[in-house]
Structure formats: structure tokens, C-alpha cells
Design a protein around this ligand. Structure first.
Ligand SMILES: Cc1cc2nc3c(=O)[nH]c(=O)nc-3n(C[C@H](O)[C@H](O)[C@H](O)COP(=O)(O)OP(=O)(O)OC[C@H]3O[C@@H](n4cnc5c(N)ncnc54)[C@H](O)[C@@H]3O)c2cc1C
Length: 576
């Protein structure tokens, strides 16, 4: 074989070495799911995940197609005879992919503690393709379902939950969530969208409002149900005065002549498209990543809306239910993407030759692939742990802090890991149709800012430590579990790190100087590494007790990659 034929053969071997079933390729995921389930439940989950692992791995071409020009979503504002529509048109590949993803039943499990880990595993497997146009909609829909389950008016629950939980792609409902306005996304309290009361709540109907103003980042702009923050007239400033509203895309039947309650009384949403609900989508944004999913800018001009929960708890529902859910989904998306980067890099390193050797023989390449593996395992372990803790209830304060730390850390690590994966593939790694890594890298940059930027999560963590002392339940939980870890390898090191972290947390909780946010960010890095090492170590111990192969080296590697870093001393300056 000549050199060129041999080079091409190696690339074909690389493709052949990639997994064809994302669940069966991942023994760690299997163990995490098994450990979280009863034996009978696990047998059922195992078969379901194995089927989905094959289905979703087989969807790679669909994802590539719907994420690439000219197949990106487009806005269709008018129909053929000039009536306003405000609809989004997708390539057929987007819908084919949706049938696979929703067909797994993933949304129907929302709010059911018995299926929380299975649901998370399905989202993780989906995210092996990055955003794939559907991961953000899953997160938004799960948040909407939970908000309705927890605080929705009974008519909204009856009218909308069956559609939101429906696994059939063609008939399902899905949701989106709009907080961000042009004056700033982090400072949600600066929201200027207004809500005007139309009819108060009755036993038969939630309160009906009209929404005015604009939202600047509106992902899943195609959805039939928009969850929106807005300020009722006369309400207080800041986040306290924000209410939470559900705006249907189409005017529900009966809405033109009377309250929306009449529409809800017999049917949740119109079967055939009705006119859009007093809003216009200005344009779809031309984004760096998550390009298969439609993000728009929306103007509201008296859109009819149902109130969700009490007015005074609007923002609390956003933080605790909506963002609490989507921050976990964001982390699952990052963990799934890292796992895919690992697969791509591992197969490439095993098949690509340079200087007469497979590149996996070079220590620098081997270390990069090992780091991809370690960080992907760590992200999955901490995120599934939080999903399980959340489903069990009882550790709500620890979970609240943990979800925020985990969202921050997994999104930071994801971007770094996509970069590292591209490095292993060399120049080929930068080519759009060679591997999914360029797309995953672009998606990773977006997931860094979604659902709270790093700095916002640092600020929220600081507030939670100062006002509520949430570092104590979080670290207390970790310390108890680290004690139970016994004398396993690495257990002592994690216990020692937790002692340092506890001391530093008390200092930071008492501090008032804003410069301490620099040290807090380091603390968050350290806390996440200790947490992830603990989760992986516990799993290792469980596997060992069952006589299964263990991966103690992964925990040691994670700790070595991220040595404990205390307060940051460096403070740069730049010309103003
Ligand atoms: C593709 C895409 C889709 C999106 N879809 C949606 C959506 O569907 N719904 C929605 O509501 N939002 C959506 N967003 C918005 C996203 O949530 C915001 O981008 C994010 O909340 C940050 O807001 P901002 O972009 O206005 O940044 P800004 O608020 O302008 O912040 C700019 C910078 O200042 C920093 N900063 C701000 N406050 C502080 C502070 N107190 N301390 C330190 N640093 C600070 C930030 O961390 C950031 O680095 C989307 C964003 C993207 C990129």
C-alpha cells in the first residue's frame, strides 16, 4: 500500500473504531445507573438505554445535516397569502432527529423521582451530539413541566401536561423560557417587560394577563409555549417584582372573544395553527454554536398570557424550578459532549500513525486522551449524583449549591476538553465535516453562558454562603460521605482537601471585599474536584465490592490534574 492509501486507510479505521452504541460503550454510565436503581428497575432501564444508545449513535448524519448551512432554521413570518405566522422552518433532518429523541420517552419521565436517573442518562446520551438542536428544548420543556407540576393552576396542568409529557414528536408540546432582555441577561432584576392584568384567577382559570415589551434572547422560538418573566404594573423593582407567565404561541380558540379560560376548558391548544398571539419575532440570531436550534428576538404587543404560580413567587419559581432544572441539563449536555470528544480522540489516537508509530504511543497524546476520559467521567458522576440527590429530596440546600457549582465547572471543563480533543485530531480536528468536534466546541462556548454565566454563579454562590451558609450542608454531606469511603485509595487526600475547603469557605462567607470573588472562583474549582473525586471513588468502591473492575487511577488522575489551589494572589491591570 502506498503512503497515501495507507493514510486514508487509517482514517477509515478511525471511523470503524468509533462506538456504534453510546450506552454499551460506557461501562461507567451503566454502573452509575445500576447503582442508583433497584435490580428490577435496572433490567428495564438497561434495555431501554441500550436501544437508545444505538438509535442516537446512528443519528450522527441527521445532526450534522440539520446543524449545517443551508439546513439551519429559518424564520417564516408570513404565509403564502400574507397572514402573519411567526413560525420557524426546520430541515426534515431536524424533525427525524426529534422523532428519535422524544420517542425515547425522555420528557414523560419529568418530575418522576423513580425515573430521574434514567431520564438524565437519556439526555446525556443525546448530548454526545452536542446541542443537536434538541437538547436546549428538552431542558426548557423539563423546566416548564416541573413549574406547572409544582405551581401551575389545575386547568393549566390538565390542559398542558399531557401534551408536554407526550413521547410522540408530532403531537407533543414543548416549551421555552425567556428572561434575558437587551439591557442585560445577568441582571434579570432589570427586566422591563410589562404585564397587565386582563382577568383575575378563578377556580376555572389562571389569571390572564397581557405582556408588552421585548425579549432579546429567545431560544426554542418555535415552541408553542413560552415561559416569560415580566413585571406586573405597579410591582416592586428588581427580581422581587417579577411575575412568571406562560404565553402560548398561537391565540388559543375562544381567546378572541373572552378569557383564555374558555380555551382551556375544552382543549389546551388549537389543533390547527391559529394566528400568532400578539407578538412578532424580529429575527433569528446568527450564532456561534447551537445553530440547529432557533434563537430569536421577540416583541410583545399585548400577548395573552397565563399566570404561573403566585405573582410574588414568580422569580423564586424561576430560580428553584426552572433554572435548577436547566442547570442540571446544561451539565448533562457538557458531560455528554466531553464523552464524545473522548471517543473521537481515543479512536483517532489508536489508528493514526506519525513517525512510524500510532500516535497513542506518544506520552503527550496518551495523556490528552486520558484527561478527556477522566474529565468526562468526573462530569457524568457529579451530575448524576446531583440528579439522584435531587430526586431523593432531603438534601435540598446541599443540592442547590451543588447544582450551581456543577453547572459552572462542567461548562468550563467542556470547552477545554473540546479544545483538547481537537488538538489530538490535529488539523483534521478543525474541519467541520471530519468530526463533530468543531460543532461541539462552538456549542460549548454557548453552554458556558446559558443558565447563568460563570460570574453570576460565583456571585450566587457567595450570596448563598453569606446569607444562608449553604456551604455547610454541602461540605457536611461530602465530609460524611468521605468518612464512609474509609481507607480506599485517594480517600484520605479528599478528606484533607475538604478540611481546607471548609476553612476557606468560612473565611469567604464572612468576607465583604468584592475582590474575594477571585478566591471564591478558585474555591469553586477545588470544591468541584473534591466532589467529583468522591463520586467516582464511591462508585469504584461499589464496583470493587461486587468483584468488578475498578478505575482508581481515574480518581488519582483527576486529583493530580487539579491540585488544590488556595486564594488567587494575581490581580491584573489594564489601561482604562
Ligand atoms: C445562543 C444563546 C441563546 C440564549 N437563549 C436564551 C433564552 O432562551 N432565554 C433567556 O432568557 N436567555 C437566553 N440567553 C441569554 C443568556 O442566558 C445570557 O447571555 C446570559 O444570561 C448572560 O447575559 P448577557 O449575555 O446579557 O451578559 P451581561 O449580563 O451583559 O454580562 C456580560 C459580562 O458581565 C459579567 N457580569 C455580569 N454581572 C456580573 C457580576 N455581578 N459580577 C461579575 N461579572 C458580572 C458576565 O458574567 C458576563 O461575562 C441565550 C444566550 C445565548 C448565547
Amino acid at each position: 500500500m502506498d503512503a497515501i492509501a495507507s493514510g486514508r486507510r487509517q482514517l477509515a479505521d478511525w471511523l470503524d473504531a468509533l462506538p456504534v452504541n453510546y450506552f454499551e460503550a460506557n461501562p461507567l454510565l451503566r454502573s452509575l445507573v445500576e447503582r442508583a436503581s433497584s435490580p428490577a428497575e435496572f433490567n428495564r432501564m438497561d434495555a431501554h438505554l441500550a436501544q437508545y444508545g444505538a438509535d442516537i449513535a446512528g443519528a450522527a448524519d441527521l445532526v450534522h445535516k440539520c446543524s449545517t448551512p443551508p439546513n439551519l432554521p429559518t424564520l417564516e413570518r408570513w404565509d403564502a397569502i400574507g397572514r402573519r405566522q411567526e413560525r420557524v422552518r426546520f430541515d426534515a433532518s431536524y424533525h427525524q432527529l426529534g422523532e428519535i429523541i422524544y420517542g425515547s420517552g425522555v420528557m414523560g419521565m419529568t418530575g418522576d423521582p423513580a425515573h430521574a436517573v434514567l431520564q438524565a442518562a437519556l439526555v446525556f446520551l443525546t448530548a454526545h451530539h452536542g446541542e443537536a438542536g434538541h437538547t436546549c428544548p428538552l431542558a426548557c420543556t423539563a423546566g416548564l413541566i416541573q413549574a406547572l407540576q409544582k405551581v401551575g393552576h389545575p386547568r393549566l396542568q390538565e390542559g398542558l401536561l399531557p401534551g408536554l409529557l407526550d413521547p410522540a414528536y408530532a403531537t407533543r408540546l414543548h416549551g421555552s423560557q425567556f428572561l434575558t432582555e437587551v439591557q442585560g441577561g445577568c441582571d434579570v432584576g432589570a427586566n422591563a417587560s410589562r404585564a397587565v392584568l386582563e382577568t383575575p384567577e378563578t377556580d376555572d382559570s389562571p389569571a390572564v394577563w397581557r405582556i408588552y415589551g421585548e425579549k432579546w434572547f429567545c431560544s426554542v422560538a418555535d415552541s408553542p409555549l413560552y415561559l416569560v418573566t415580566a413585571r406586573p404594573e405597579g410591582a416592586a423593582g428588581g427580581t422581587k417584582g417579577l411575575g412568571l407567565f406562560l404565553v402560548p404561541h398561537d391565540l388559543p380558540d375562544g381567546a378572541k372573544g373572552g378569557p383564555l379560560a374558555r380555551a382551556l376548558a375544552h382543549r389546551a391548544l388549537p389543533q390547527a395553527p391559529n394566528p400568532p398571539n400578539h407578538f412578532t419575532i424580529r429575527r433569528l440570531k446568527d450564532k456561534l454554536g447551537t445553530r440547529a436550534m432557533a434563537s430569536g428576538e421577540i416583541d410583545w404587543d399585548g400577548a395573552l398570557a397565563w399566570q404561573v404560580g403566585t405573582l410574588q413567587n414568580g422569580f423564586q419559581t424561576v430560580i428553584e424550578v426552572v433554572l435548577g432544572t436547566s442547570r442540571l441539563y446544561n451539565a448533562l449536555a457538557c458531560a455528554g459532549s466531553m464523552q464524545r470528544a473522548f471517543y473521537e480522540a481515543r479512536a483517532f489516537a489508536a489508528t493514526r500513525t506519525a513517525f512510524g508509530r500510532k500516535i497513542a504511543h506518544f506520552p503527550l497524546v496518551r495523556e490528552a486522551v486520558a484527561q478527556l476520559y477522566t474529565e468526562a467521567c468526573a462530569a457524568l458522576a457529579s451530575t448524576l449524583d446531583l440528579v439522584q440527590l435531587g430526586a431523593q429530596g432531603g438534601e435540598s440546600e446541599a443540592v442547590r449549591l451543588g447544582v450551581n457549582l456543577n453547572k459552572y465547572w462542567t461548562s468550563v471543563r467542556n470547552t477545554q476538553m473540546q479544545r483538547l480533543g481537537i488538538e489530538v485530531l490535529g488539523g483534521n480536528g478543525t474541519i467541520e465535516d471530519f468530526s463533530p468536534l468543531p460543532r461541539l466546541y462552538r456549542d460549548a462556548m454557548v453552554t458556558e453562558s446559558w443558565e447563568g454565566t460563570h460570574n453570576v454563579l460565583v456571585a450566587q454562590t457567595w450570596r448563598d454562603m453569606q446569607r444562608y451558609g449553604l456551604h455547610r450542608p454541602f461540605l457536611g454531606l461530602l465530609q460524611r460521605r468521605a468518612e464512609a469511603w474509609g481507607d480506599a485509595p485517594n480517600a484520605q487526600e479528599v478528606r484533607e482537601r475538604l478540611i481546607v475547603l471548609a476553612g476557606e469557605a468560612e473565611r469567604l462567607a464572612a468576607a465583604r471585599d468584592e475582590n474575594e470573588t477571585l478566591a471564591l472562583r478558585s474555591w469553586m474549582d477545588n470544591a468541584m474536584v473534591a466532589y467529583q473525586a468522591l463520586c467516582l471513588g464511591e462508585l469504584d468502591q461499589w464496583r470493587q465490592q461486587r468483584g468488578e473492575a475498578t478505575e482508581a487511577g481515574v480518581v488519582a488522575h483527576l486529583l493530580a490534574l487539579h491540585p488544590l489551589r488556595t486564594a488567587v494572589a494575581v490581580r491584573g491591570q489594564y489601561p482604562q
